[in-house]
Design a protein around this ligand. Sequence first.
Ligand SMILES: [Mg+2]
Length: 393
Amino acid sequence: MRRTESPPVASITLKSPKITGIEVKKVEWEIQDCSPGSGMVPTYNPGTSHGMSLFMTRLFTDAGVIGEYPLHTDITSVSDYLLGRDVLKREEVWNDLKFVTGVQSAGVDILLWDIAGKLSDMSVSQLLGGYRDRLPAYASTMNGGIAGLDGGLSTPESYADFAQRCSEIGYQAFKIHPYPRPVIQDHVDVMLALGERVGGEMDLMLDAFAYYPTFADALKVGRACDEAGFFWIEDPYFEGATEPGHSRLREYISTPLLQGETLRGLSSKMNLLVTGATDFIRGQVHGEGITGTMKLAAAAEAVGADIEIHGSGPAQRHAMSAIGNSNYYEMVWVHPDVQCLQTTPDIFGEGYDDGLEAVDSDGMVPVPDGPGMGVEWNWDAIDHMTTVTKVVD
Ligand SMILES: [Mg+2]
């Protein structure tokens, strides 16, 4: 037999780009007609305003590439660790920071993925093995209006009206955060009104954000969700994510539970799944980073569970695009009268948007396809909203 030579293997020079500097701009803005409600979820409240902030962060490297992303926290407190660090060793950095710095480690991880994409001229989705370029989204409402309002998600009817509007926009799923009403029957009536109006055409979800104080309240609302055919109930009661309480709740209601948002750490989250306290598990790129989210997705897949990613943003889209066992992108927070996104849309340049109208007629959002996070930042707007700038190098 004729022996064939293997083609020569291209010689690869492994580069080790290092972090040379960090810049953090604290960006602040006001949302009109909102005030903080339960779980700090904004509540529609005409005539008030709600201050929001984020930390627009840039990680400079000696390769010239800059990691850029709006983070939930200021990472300059770990600058001594980061300066001089190899930007490609994401696993090492993730492991070093995972317990000592909370959400800061997630922020650093997101920036390192952006850098890796830019260095390789691939999107983060491509680096992760992403297989879809559009994602189904659910409209995730703000808290409803305060008592005494007419409309504005303050009545069961206004929730149903808004769900119908979202359906007409294209959304295939609709999630509510409970409105600030002390009478539990009001909540029951919302679930039933939603089921009656759009139950046959949308997946419906309730995010109680651990709002209900008692098992009895969770049970009453949970039974209404059963009757209305809800897709999931998120963090139903007490502190959320407690076991065995939620295992017991699952014995009484048939609607699947989604929990994990109030926990940190992969083992804590997996414990909810394996002890039967939840059906879906919550993944958070701003909690575990993209690296941790992918680990959690794989662990959940191994026990036959789906991971649902928290919140809106390019990093969430990239991660979800590469996870087979994940169903919906969260468009948070939307409302019929006011828009209150966690990240102000002003910071994005052309080509990226979150918000009520940021889905196509199938209710889908695109996955950015440029290098790294694949989004342009509007630095004029960012500088205009910046109140504090920190630079470490
Ligand atoms: Mg939630």
